[in-house]
Every structure is written in C-alpha cells, then in structure tokens.
Design a binder for this molecule. Structure first.
Ligand code: VTB
Length: 326
C-alpha cells in the first residue's frame, strides 16, 4: 500500500533507508558466498536473488525494480517491473544481487552484491544490452574525458590534469576480444592496462579510490551494470559517460520497449541517474575495495559501502552476523 507523505518525512525516510539498504546487500552477499568456488553460477545467483528479495520486502518502501534480473518471462524473481517492499516511500530500484557470478563460482576477486534506490523515474531504464563506458574519479574539470575522443587523447588529458606522464596512468578494461584495438591504443599512448575478467561495477568504482591505482575505466560491459556504477559515482563523485551498444534488431527492439528513442545517444552521469540516489555494495569475494564474506568463529563478517547522493556521505560498514541466523 502506498501512503502520501510530506517532504520532510520523505527526506527522513530516505536517510533511514540509507542504512536499511545495507542489510539487503549484506544478506545477498552472505547467501552467495556460501557458493563461492563451487562452479555453480546459477545457484550462486539464485541464492543472492532470494536473499535480496526477502530483505527488500521488509523495507518501508513501495519499490519498483527498474533494473533487475531480466524481464518477467526470463526472471521469476526481481524481474523488471516487480514491486517490492512493505509500503511507504516510492522508489525505483536497480539491483544486481550477484555482480560477478563467474567470479563467485571461481572464487575470484571483486564479486559484489549491489543495489541502488532512486527517486521514481530518475534512472535510465537500461535494456539488457552492452554499453560503452568511460569513467574517472572525482576532482577533475568537467568534460576532461570524452567517450568519443581517441583513447590516447583521453590518456593525455588525464595525465596532464594529474601532472604525471601517460605511463603513470592505469586504465581498467574488461579482458575481451572486442577490446583488442582499444587496449592496443591505450598502450600505444603509454598507459598501463589492468585487465579484469568480469565485474565492471567494481572496475568503475575503483577509479574513485586512489588506493586501487586505477585512474580510468574504459570499454563496453552490461548496460544495467553501467547504471549501477553511475549511481555509485553520483554519490562518491567522478565522471562517466555511456552509450548503448546494439548487436541486432532484437536488442534495438528491447531498447524501444524501454523508451529509448535515440539509439546513438551519449549519456552523461546525470542522464544515467538524474535524481537523488542511495547505493550499497557488499563484498562477496575479497576485492580491491571491499573484503568478501568471511567465517570467523560463530559469525559471518561482511564489508559494505553505502552512499547517498544528496549529501555525498560514503560509509564503510563492517558487520558480523550470527551464522545460526544467516
Ligand atoms: C558485463 C559486465 C559485468 O559481465 O555484463 C559482463 O558489465 C558480461 O560481459 O560486470 P561479456 O558478455 O563480455 O562476458 C560482468 O562482468 C559480470 O556480470
């Protein structure tokens, strides 16, 4: 049931939700972590989906999944359009209960449980296609990098802005044959390239954290993941651009169904996520920014990051959960 609430109450609820949403990603992470290293992508994803849905349904929200596990006919749960929550604040939800199913199945670094909640109608309804993405962390002049510029020009601009040589710039790129030319161009410009097998939400967030050593993210990955990463950057700062990539008419039709009219549009950060947003991620496997789930004595420990765009507050939350309750 939806209730009408006044603006101050709405803000209060949004603040409360900032801490509530971490429970959702924590639970998803703990559930998926039980299947780390077992080679069962689907089972790990399902465990995360079930847990996330259970927790979402406890929140005081009227939530609509706008980025989820897929369309209703292909995803029994957390499908696009699914309503979740107990009733309360109306929010749109973008989620990836297990970002990095393969990373989890192989017990490799950087698998996350991820979710964002935003004002209704303010996140791009990204179809399940690829998206070309480019991102850097905060503190640079707006427009320093551009998805349409030559990779070498972006490297030079970033190196100049940082006051370093291009050889001191590190780019994160997904290790895919489709990126061969891109990687060659980045290296020709003198940059170092850190190749990742999966998980570009983490790859993009890494650009915001100097301790990761990643300065620029570039390349194509999932469009839904692009919106989730944009939600994080809206909170933590940074720049990002994206453009949907269509491989066939079926994908173009999907885009049309979600209201995308200009198929070649270049989306800026504020067009990917325009409204106030809260974002939460919990580590499933150990990663560059978040430790994964560990078993210590009678507890599971989790590490999460929760952020809010309205204030730019970023919280790292370590928690322990009694195993018998988890
Ligand atoms: C992308 C990326 C994700 O899977 O969707 C990728 O955005 C799939 O890409 O972070 P390929 O089709 O090239 O394998 C992830 O890496 C993990 O879900």
């Amino acid at each position: 049931m939806s209730v009408t609430i006044s603006v101050p109450q709405q803000q209060l609820l949004e603040r409360i939700l900032t801490l509530e949403i971490v429970r959702v990603t924590e639970r998803a992470a703990v559930s998926a972590a039980r299947l780390r290293g077992h080679g069962r992508e689907k089972a790990a994803d399902q465990a995360a989906v079930d847990a996330m849905r259970r927790e979402l349904n406890k929140l005081p929200i009227v939530g609509t999944v706008v980025i989820g596990e897929g369309e209703r006919d292909e995803a029994p749960m957390l499908f696009i359009g699914e309503k979740v929550g107990q009733g309360g604040l109306a929010v749109d939800i973008a989620l990836d209960p297990l970002e990095g199913t393969t990373l989890t199945a192989k017990a490799m670094a950087n698998a996350l449980a991820v979710m964002a909640m935003a004002e209704p109608g303010t996140m791009l309804n990204a179809p399940d296609t690829y998206m070309d993405k480019i991102a850097i962390g905060p503190g640079y002049a707006e427009g320093l990098i551009d998805i349409d510029a030559e990779p070498g020009d972006n490297i030079n601009a970033l190196a100049r802005a940082k006051g370093v040589k291009p050889s001191e710039i590190t780019c994160c790129v997904m290790d895919r044959p489709r990126h061969e030319t891109l990687v060659a161009k980045l290296r020709k410009a003198g940059a170092a390239v850190k190749l990742i097998t999966d998980g570009d939400v983490a790859g993009i967030i890494e650009t915001t954290d100097p301790s990761t050593g990643v300065d620029l993210y570039i390349g194509s990955g999932g469009a839904p993941e692009g919106v989730l990463a944009a939600a994080a950057l809206r909170c933590i700062g940074g720049q990002m651009q994206g453009r949907l990539v269509f491989r066939n008419d079926d994908e173009r039709a999907r885009a049309a169904k979600w209201g995308v009219t200009d198929l070649n549009r270049k989306y800026g950060l504020l067009e990917l996520v325009s409204g106030d947003v809260v974002f939460s991620a919990t580590g499933v496997t150990d990663g560059s920014m978040l430790r994964g789930v560990h078993r210590e004595g009678g507890f599971y420990t989790t590490e999460s990051v929760v952020m809010r765009s309205a204030t730019g507050t970023v919280r790292w939350i370590k928690a322990r959960h009694r195993i018998k309750d988890a």
